[in-house]
Write a protein that binds this ligand. Sequence first.
Ligand code: FES
Length: 587
Amino acid sequence: MNNSQPGASDLSGGVGRDPKLLRSWRWFGPDDLRSFGHRSRLKGMGFDDVDYRDRPIIGLLNTWSDLNTCHSHFRERAQELRRGILQAGGFPVEVPVMSLGEMLMKPTTMLYRNLLAMETEEVLRCHPLDAAVLMGGCDKTVPAMIMGAISADVPVIFLPAGPMLKARWKNETLGSGSDAWKYWAERCAGNLCDSDWNDIENCIARSAGTCMTMGTASTMACIAETLGFTLPGASSIPAVVAEHCRLAVATGRRAVEIAWENLRPSQLVTAQSIDNAITTLLTIGGSTNAIVHVLAMARRAGVPLTLDRFDELSEQVPVLADLRPSGRFLMEDFHHAGGLSALLLRLKDRLNLDCLTISGCTLGKQLEGSEVLNDEIIRTRDNPLWPTGGTCVLRGNLAPDGCVLKTVAAEKRLLTHRGPALVFDNYAQLKAQINSPDLPVTADTVLILRSAGPLGAPGFPEWGMLPIPQKLLAAGVRDMVRISDARMSGTSYGTCILHVSPESHLGGPLALVVTGDEIELNVPERRLSWLVSDEEVARRRAAYQPPAVRFDRGYQQMFSRHVTQANEGCDFDFLHGKSPGAEPDIF
Ligand code: FES
């Protein structure tokens, strides 16, 4: 960050501005009993009028938690945000919101993404906030908070947690997630001793911050930056370097300005900026999870979006970022190579440059002055990591509503493949049987997992990178065709066909496959075929027993009744679109 960054220049506070235009004036300005109560209670907390009257009140929606390993530096960042807010004449208030730490929550944080989105929306609506800083980073926190902010349509700016520093083990550079999968496979194959495995455990997570590969967290941070929710460069700054502290201070300053400007998410999220977000997802070789999240965010903003748009753009956009799990490098390298702005500069002709950003300028203006500093990490257009179709949408009689494959992270030989299915009814069965010496499996087998979708698991867990059976690992096999209605971690890789819709729990075709059925994958033709006759499918359909309802209370019941399918973004059906008003106005 430098002093020309947005948020660094205007330190004039509210001088010359009309405080009656601030949203918080409706709480503190009127001469009535209710406002008296609001003011007197702030005074009871030790604040005088001069602290908050006629100043933008800026919420810090903080997802810090001792149980969120990726956000452990957020208490310090909150202090830096406060510094920036005070510098610019605002009044900072910290508001804790639900923390979704990917590593420690079961069964999956995806079960709770919509809960955090609801909380964000309601916290923004019901409090006297003129603007807010959304402090997130670990996977679902990013889409959840942005979804809520889109619906509340109160000015917000996003502060990404930033990626962890690169890890080292012996002479290897380690990336969290991706290398955990890789070395676990080696351990299962008998190639890694206990001591080495223990050493990797000790060093693979080197600092605070999010996974340092182009996993879901980094993908969503890049998408947030492209949509204009962050200051430029924010998506790749490592979590624990001084630059990240300065980013927080600058973000705080800018938060005060967007309050005065009333710069709202509805001005950022448009059909054009959503296209930019998808282009970013494709060129960074980002997480397949982002497809679900972008669908949900677009629908909150009233932008009609289907999987078809992802596939259309996929045919046009090359993968230029050589980052794990698809490529070689890590987020720290990406940052030093110029970061997202430099990458997007290489795709200027494919972007809608007129889209507004939180800086107050257009995306095109924001990219000016960016520079690629390393052509190995950010490839040129004539030397891409993958030409086009790095992530693709497949259809066929096994996935009538679509499924996705991250082609760039798959073994190329498997992109056209035919083999017999080996079906696991659920994850428990998979876990119990996958390493059995008697498992009827060869390298050509197509592994299938069902009951792993939004409703089936429930919560749509990251089980989609089905483990390679131990006996095949020992024989040197490292990738197979795998199909499920699950998601997979953004740090995962392999020929994993994901998000099969409709899911098996709803009686989608995946529910009717039996071991031995022939499956054909044809990525060039975007086809996933289940080679069983219509008569046989009808016979199995007639005998099919739908699963029993499992949840009769609480949040899980609400989730089960209202979550939509993967191809629709897995939002709750009653949350599409915006809140009815800026705040509840019944008092
Ligand atoms: Fe938090 Fe990967 S576990 S970003």
